[in-house]
Design a protein around this ligand. Structure first.
Ligand SMILES: Cc1cc2nc3c(=O)[nH]c(=O)nc-3n(C[C@H](O)[C@H](O)[C@H](O)COP(=O)(O)O)c2cc1C
Length: 196
């Protein structure tokens, strides 16, 4: 295979997307979109993730040391793209109807429509210039019941939820179709205003 050196990049290395849920100071939920998320092992499974630069999610995680990570599926993509392209510092980011539930173990907001949700507590963090790396304990995993049904093959179960993967600033369906560049699916997001 003939290869060439290119500037540092993770292009063509697909990543999974998660919406991180935190409570704001007024105890209402905020969600942001993140892909620098992976796993490590000490005596148990842990999550490692990185947040670059100032953003509301990072402020809230620094403050409370807990958050949820909600797997993003194809059905959730317009919402996820909106939440990843709208700053939590913008007043009104979360002013729409969104079905959230309290975590089962931690006081974190979770998304009712995400099929896999981690409830995470920060164990260690360190700053890397503008960024910050977090090592997190998995306090709970909430999984849609259909995913636990071992009568179905893994292929059938994962096809059923259709997680998004992303690379080259482009979203891809589970079966490999392009779903548009970052910032484009949000055009299909039609928020319904809060009634109360
Ligand atoms: C596809 C995608 C993936 C992203 N992944 C990350 C990430 O891993 N780390 C990060 O710091 N920001 C990431 N962002 C940017 C945040 O989602 C964005 O800054 C968002 O506005 C943060 O919301 P908040 O201010 O409510 O926390 C990503 C954005 C997109 C569109």
């Amino acid at each position: 295979m003939s290869k060439r050196s290119v500037p540092a990049t993770n292009d063509f290395c697909p990543q999974t997307l998660f919406l991180y849920g935190t409570y704001k100071e007024d105890n209402t939920p905020n969600f942001g979109l993140f892909c620098w998320f992976s796993y490590y092992w000490d005596t148990e499974l842990g999550v490692m993730m990185c947040i670059g630069e100032d953003k509301l999610t990072r402020d809230r995680i620094r403050q409370n040391r807990i958050f949820s990570a909600n797997l993003v599926t194809e059905q959730m993509l317009p919402l996820a793209d909106y939440l990843g392209n709208t700053s939590g510092y913008d007043e009104g980011k979360m002013d729409f109807e969104l079905e959230t539930e309290e975590g089962s173990v931690l006081h974190v907001p979770t998304l009712a429509h995400s099929p896999v949700v981690f409830e995470l507590e920060v164990a260690q963090s360190f700053r890397t210039g503008e960024g910050e790396v977090f090592l997190c304990k998995v306090r709970n995993v909430l999984m849609e019941e259909g995913l636990i049904d071992a009568k179905k093959s893994v292929e059938e179960r994962i096809r059923g939820i259709a997680p998004i993967h992303t690379t080259c600033s482009t979203y891809f369906s589970w079966d490999g179709r392009s779903l548009g560049g970052w910032g484009s699916p949000k055009e299909a997001f039609k928020p319904v205003g809060k009634t109360s």
